[in-house]
Ligand binder design. Structure first.
Ligand code: NAD
Ligand code: MG
Length: 383
């Protein structure tokens, strides 16, 4: 029986994780959950899984809520979050908080040498230079949950020599605006951007998928997780979202991982560690299948150039890229800027900074702060 702490339990990845755990109750115990909102949902989860501990981000504590009556010792400080993550009886941490807010949790898990299932790609993008070496020193195993990265993870034989890899291809659905020219994006609304063609996800990642910044974050995430140069990582649009990534080896073989788009599949793989866990899934209907591939849509290559620069230079560039995007997405959701302005905010914020080395987590937080201040200025200038 493995003890799990699920952070981001009330979100979309949280839902999928609970479904996998529900189907494999004999292997897993939900030791703790963490959330930043939706106390009603947390209460239902608590009723079904009886976690020993519940962490609620301080800003979301509501003392009048019934959850607090059944769990009077709800955790809410950063020290308490650290204590929960680093509890010696915890075997697996699932890092599924959305955005930069998830970084501290990922850091605490890695610093304690835990096995961490990482959905929170923003942690890796912003702090890859700190987290990856730390994982090595602390012997923490980082298992990717993001479907593309879990696919790559499944395509690699254990202990592969990275020199044997010729190319990694990360697929992208292309999002709701795949067929639009860059100019046509000027008229799109928030509602249009929230209509993802193949995946159902949280709001922030759905907007990132519409801008294709999600794929940029994934390129950087893959670069850090697998220590592969960006020049060996290709992004290809694959509208059916059946192949999640492919790896071509130097002997000419390409291995692809496939499933219908369903986050429970990569989560089951990650949670299984070395075992295959049974889940209910819709099998691929191969006879009706038409797989197609196309290049990144017109005009959006510029954002990938920035992401590739992040991979090549690293340091503070990942945290700046991530922070500028988070602010831009937030400004778009709150209708302060239009869709195309998201790209402007990222580009202008990114161009404002030069590359510097980062040595500590505090450096990351400092650059995050500075990038947010700068992005806010750009947003104001665009009003
Ligand atoms: P979501 O918005 O649906 O859920 C986010 C969760 O994080 C919620 O439980 C929320 O309460 C919690 N949270 C937010 N701020 C918090 C804080 N300060 N402290 C504690 N908890 C907090 O998001 P999601 O779609 O589930 O995505 C979660 C992460 O997984 C993101 O990093 C995303 O990029 C990544 N991811 C998601 C998918 C997907 O299919 N949804 C796929 C791949 C990767
Ligand atoms: Mg993904």
């Amino acid at each position: 029986m493995k003890n799990i702490v699920l952070l981001g339990a009330t979100g979309s990845i949280g839902d999928s994780c609970l479904n996998v755990i529900r189907q494999n109750k004999e292997h897993f115990h939900l030791f703790g959950i963490g959330l930043g909102g939706n106390l009603d949902k947390a209460q239902q989860i608590a009723k079904e899984f009886s976690p020993k501990h519940i962490f609620v981000a301080e800003s979301h504590i509501d003392k009048s809520h019934d959850l607090l009556k059944s769990y009077p010792n709800i955790l809410n400080t950063e020290d308490e979050l650290q204590g929960l993550i680093q509890d010696p009886s915890v075997d697996i941490i699932i890092s599924a908080i959305s955005g930069f807010a998830g970084l501290k949790a990922s850091y605490f898990a890695i610093d304690a040498g835990k096995t961490i299932l990482i959905a929170n790609k923003e942690s890796i993008v912003a702090a890859g230079d700190i987290l990856m070496p730390l994982a090595k020193t602390k012997n923490s195993e980082i298992i990717p949950v993001d479907s593309e990265h879990n696919a790559i993870y499944q395509c690699f034989p254990p202990h592969i020599d990275l020199k044997e890899i010729s190319k990694i291809m990360i697929t992208a659905s292309g999002g709701p605006f795949r067929k639009k020219t860059f100019k046509e994006l000027s008229g799109v609304t928030l509602q249009d951007a929230l209509k993802h063609p193949t995946w159902s996800m949280g709001t922030k990642i759905t907007i990132d998928s519409a801008t294709l910044v999600n794929k940029c974050l994934e390129l950087i995430e893959a670069h850090y997780l697998f220590q592969i140069p960006e020049s060996k990582i290709e992004i290809v649009v694959h509208p059916q979202s059946i192949i999640h990534s492919m790896v071509t080896f130097i002997d000419g073989s390409t291995i692809a991982q496939m499933s219908n788009p369903n986050m429970e599949v990569p989560i089951a793989n990650a949670l299984g560690l070395d075992q295959r866990l049974p889940i209910n899934f819709e099998a691929i209907n191969f006879s009706g299948l038409n797989l197609s591939f196309e290049p990144i849509p017109d005009g959006r290559e510029i954002i990938f150039e920035i992401a590739r620069e992040v991979c090549n230079k690293k340091g503070n560039l990942g945290v700046i890229f991530n922070a500028s995007n988070e602010l831009a997405v937030d400004a778009f959701i709150t209708k302060k800027i239009d869709f195309l302005a998201i790209y402007k905010v990222i580009q202008r914020t990114f161009d404002h900074f030069s590359c510097s080395k980062v040595s500590t987590l505090e450096d990351i937080f400092e650059y995050d702060k500075q990038a947010r201040i700068q992005a806010e200025k750009v947003i104001k200038s665009l009003h």
